[in-house]
Every structure is written in structure tokens, then in C-alpha cells.
Design a protein. Structure first.
Length: 501
């Protein structure tokens, strides 16, 4: 194993000072608008990986996080991890279990309090951030800004609710999330939380948040009130680094189950929107986990598929509202980190991001594209194919996929057929089907006329082996606490008003 004693973080765009991990987590976004990345990549060997089979998920997390968050003590990390994953917050003691189906192992990442994979990071990020404030002696109050396509918002609200010295403001696109996701956010309790619907799509909300971060005059005004901005989106390194853990954990579980031999290469297929989830798999591979290919699965908003096949990133295209709304994204922020690691050229990254902002597209060229194809394969499916996959897997396995995991499952099938790969492939399952019960029931051909959202939950439970998550069942009696809607041009004003409260 090759760890780094004092790992520092720098911007993908080359500006600003180097930061320790605690400082990077507090800032969220680098001063020049870039994303923080580790200056060196910790390396592990098979002996390190083999130990994981004997460890709990919490212990596995401590091993990986200790390699990246080197300014945190072992005791600090252990405390953060325990508060995030213990105490019954997850409905499976394994936290991220692997379910063995006939075609593919399924990595279930939705056993946390909000029934989505975002809990894997957003139960931990508040602990890391609060510890970072103490470690660095930061005296300012932190205002967390979040743009969400559905799952990040609720997971962040749940994680940060009533956390001392931190406020959180979540923006989501009107009509761009499922009914259950909407209810989850708009019923969120907490003295320090605010939820606002934005007239537009996710990219409008995400761009609005980025513009607020880059508005120096606005940030100076907040600083005068002793308030600093930070982020809980996957642009924050503290959001991304916990996700590396479950790739190592899944591999260890497959070895323990006898599905693979230690050292054997495997593939992962990941339903992908903002590119953070699959990027965590890339980091795991770079560290030494035996991963051959990462399969990027998209819905009809297939900008990533086109990019990974052609090298051209072009956001100037039709935007589709699909039954997998958490992937309805045309600007995948974390792709910037991947391109930095593959080019090691901050000036080039800055120019590509400038082109994306001003012209709506950029092209990386054949040499970079070829390097990307050595690790990534990409495909996409439409809503009809997504529903067909849910129906076919249920008929074959009596297992209910959600609308995002079904995209990954179908793309994984296409990848196997196209490449002829015989390697084991893990489908990453990112959400409980109960979060998208209407679309899932449609796919299964179940009658739902006249049923409200909670009757739909009961209907799906009659077909599903897994029970309704308690966090979703409890929404039935929850009061709607957040009803504000704004134009995308008013997001900055909303942030200023909330900061004053």
C-alpha cells in the first residue's frame, strides 16, 4: 500500500492555493470555480483489498477515507463514520449489500434514511464538515447550497437538518422530480433548512448555484455577516470520497461469496447523471481495485453517451423529462475531474469549461478520447426500454428494479452483447423502487387508477419482497412545510434572504 502522509487538494483549473481535505470540504468549490482533486492518488495492493472481507462497512470506510482525508485523525474519522452509518439509520446492517441475481450481482445503495444512494455520502458529509469547522478553527456560519434532480436534495436535508452552525438551501426543478421525491423534500423538518422549486430544469438550478458561488460581490456581502458558502452536491470532495468505499466493499463481498477470486477483474455499470457515482469507481480503479471497465448508463438525456463515444460534449440538445428523473441532466459537473486526471492539464480544463459555458460544447480530441475508452463504455435507453427491463427482471427474478437501476441493467446487457465480455459485472442500484412507484407499477402492468401516492406504495409492496421503507411510509402524515417557487433569475435573492434569517 502506498499512502500519502499529507495529501493536499488543488483546483482542476489550476488557480488558488493548495488545501488540506478539511479546508476543501468547507469551501466546496475552489476559488477559481474549479473542483478540488487530490494531488496524488493513494495506491493499494491485493493484501489491503483482501482484508476487507473480514471488516464491517464502517471499518472499510475508515480504511479508504484514511487514505484521502489525511488531516483527520483516526479517532475523528471513526466518530464521523459511526454517526453516519450506525444507530439504525440504514435498514440493512451491511449498509451497501450485494444481491446476487442470475444475470448480474446488484449493489444496493438505497438502504439509508432517504432510500437513495446519496445517503451513502450525505449521512457522512455533515459529520466531516462539522468536524472540519472545529479542526480549522473556522468561526463563520456555513450556508450549504444544493441543486438537486431529486435524491441529493432530500439526502442533504436529512443529513444537515439541525446541524449546528450550518444552514442548507435546496433548489429543485419544478415538475422535474417524482411525487415521492417532492414530498420528501417539502415535508423536511429543521430550523436550518429551506427548499425552493425553480422554474426550469435541473441544469438551470445547477447553473444558478454555480453562479452564486462565483459571484464575488455576493460572497463578500455574506462574509461581512460572517457567512461562508459551501456545497453538498458532488462538486464537494466530501460528497465524492465516501462513494469510493462501496466499490471496494462490493468487490470484497463478491470475493467472500465466492463469485470472484481475489485479484480477478470485474466491471461496474452505473446509472449516471452528474458523473459523481461512476467517478468514484474510477478513483477506486486508479487506486488499484481490479476494475476493468466502467459502463456509463444514461437515459434519453444521453449527453454522456455521445461524449464517451465521440469526444464531443454538446449540451445544446433537447432536454427530456423521463421516468428516471435523477438522471435528467445535460451538464455533468464531475466530468471535469475525470478530464483533469486524464490530461493533467489545468489550463486545458479551464478552456474546455469556458467553451462549455460560452458556446455550449467542447471537443477533447482523439488522444484523450482513446484514453477514456480504455476505461469507459457508454450506452443509453429510453423510457420504453426502461419499463421493459423492469418487467423482464421481475418476471425472471421476482426482483423489482427502480427506473434508474433498470437503465443500468439494460445498458449492462447491451455492453455484454456488444463486447462479448465474460468478466463479472456489477449493476449499481441507486434507488428504492418505492421512490418511483407510479412508473414501476406501470412497467409491471399493475392497475393504479384512482390510487393516491400512498396507496401506490401499498400496491407495490404487494408485489415486492422488500417492504416499504419507513422514511417513505411516514410521508403520509407529514405536513407540507416548504411551498416557495422562484424563477431561475431569483435564486441569488433567495439565498441572500435565507442567509439573513
Amino acid at each position: 500500500m502506498n499512502g500519502v502522509k499529507d495529501l493536499k487538494y488543488s483546483s482542476t483549473r489550476g488557480g488558488g492555493a493548495k488545501a488540506a481535505s478539511a479546508e476543501a470540504i468547507i469551501q466546496g468549490l475552489a476559488a477559481d470555480g474549479g473542483l478540488f482533486v487530490p494531488e496524488e492518488m493513494p495506491a493499494v495492493d491485493l493484501d489491503f483489498i483482501a482484508e476487507f472481507s473480514r471488516l464491517s462497512y464502517e471499518e472499510r470506510a475508515a480504511r479508504i477515507l484514511g487514505l484521502f482525508l489525511t488531516d483527520y485523525t483516526a479517532e475523528e474519522l471513526a466518530g464521523c463514520i459511526s454517526r453516519a452509518y450506525s444507530g439504525g439509520k440504514f435498514d440493512d446492517v451491511r449498509v451497501a449489500p450485494v444481491r446476487m441475481l442470475k444475470d448480474f450481482p446488484i449493489l444496493e445503495l438505497w438502504h439509508g434514511p432517504t432510500s437513495a444512494f446519496k445517503d451513502m455520502a450525505l449521512q457522512l458529509l455533515p459529520q466531516l464538515l462539522q468536524t472540519a469547522l472545529k479542526k480549522t478553527g473556522e468561526v463563520a456560519e456555513i450556508l450549504i447550497l444544493v441543486a438537486t434532480s431529486g435524491d441529493t436534495g432530500k439526502a442533504a436535508l436529512e443529513g444537515f437538518a439541525d446541524v449546528d452552525r450550518i444552514k442548507i438551501l435546496v433548489f429543485y426543478p419544478t415538475g422535474g422530480v417524482s411525487k415521492i421525491q417532492n414530498l420528501q423534500m417539502c415535508t423536511q423538518k429543521g430550523q436550518n433548512v429551506c427548499v425552493v422549486a425553480v422554474e426550469g430544469n435541473f441544469d438551470d438550478a445547477q447553473n444558478g448555484v454555480k453562479e452564486i458561488f462565483s459571484d464575488k460581490a455576493f460572497c463578500d456581502k455574506l462574509a461581512a455577516r460572517n457567512v461562508k458558502l459551501s456545497s453538498a452536491n458532488s462538486i464537494n470532495w466530501g460528497r465524492l470520497v465516501p462513494q469510493i468505499v462501496y466499490y471496494f466493499s462490493a468487490y470484497a463481498d463478491l470475493v467472500e461469496k465466492g463469485a470472484i477470486q481475489a485479484g480477478e477483474e470485474i466491471d461496474f455499470c452505473v446509472p449516471t447523471g452528474n458523473f459523481g457515482d461512476i467517478l468514484a469507481g474510477y478513483y477506486a480503479k486508479r487506486m488499484g481495485l481490479p476494475v476493468a471497465q466502467l459502463v456509463c448508463a444514461s437515459n434519453s438525456n444521453n449527453v454522456l453517451t455521445d461524449f464517451l463515444q465521440t469526444g464531443v460534449y454538446d449540451k445544446k440538445r433537447d432536454f427530456y423529462k423521463t421516468i428516471s428523473p435523477s438522471m435528467d441532466i445535460l451538464i455533468s459537473s464531475n466530468l471535469e475531474r475525470l478530464l483533469y486526471h486524464e490530461t493533467n492539464d489545468a489550463a486545458q480544463i479551464k478552456d474546455w469549461m469556458r467553451q462549455l459555458a460560452s458556446e455550449g460544447r467542447y471537443e477533447v480530441g482523439a488522444p484523450v478520447l482513446q484514453k477514456l475508452k480504455e476505461t469507459f463504455w457508454a450506452g443509453w435507453v429510453d423510457d420504453a426500454a426502461t419499463k421493459a427491463t423492469i418487467r423482464e427482471v421481475y418476471a425472471k427474478e421476482h426482483y423489482v428494479l427502480d427506473t434508474h437501476s433498470a437503465v443500468a441493467y439494460r445498458v449492462a446487457q447491451a455492453y455484454k452483447k456488444d463486447t462479448g465480455s465474460k468478466r463479472p459485472l456489477v449493476v449499481v442500484s441507486t434507488a428504492s423502487p418505492y421512490k418511483f412507484n407510479e412508473s414501476v407499477l406501470d412497467a409491471l402492468g399493475a392497475a393504479r387508477e384512482g390510487l393516491d401516492e400512498f396507496s401506490l406504495l401499498d400496491k407495490l409492496a404487494s408485489l415486492n419482497e422488500s417492504p416499504i421503507p419507513q422514511g417513505l411510509a411516514s410521508l403520509k402524515d407529514a405536513a407540507i412545510l416548504h411551498k416557495t417557487t422562484c424563477e431561475k433569475t431569483a435564486m441569488r435573492a433567495m439565498a441572500e434572504d435565507f442567509a439573513k434569517k
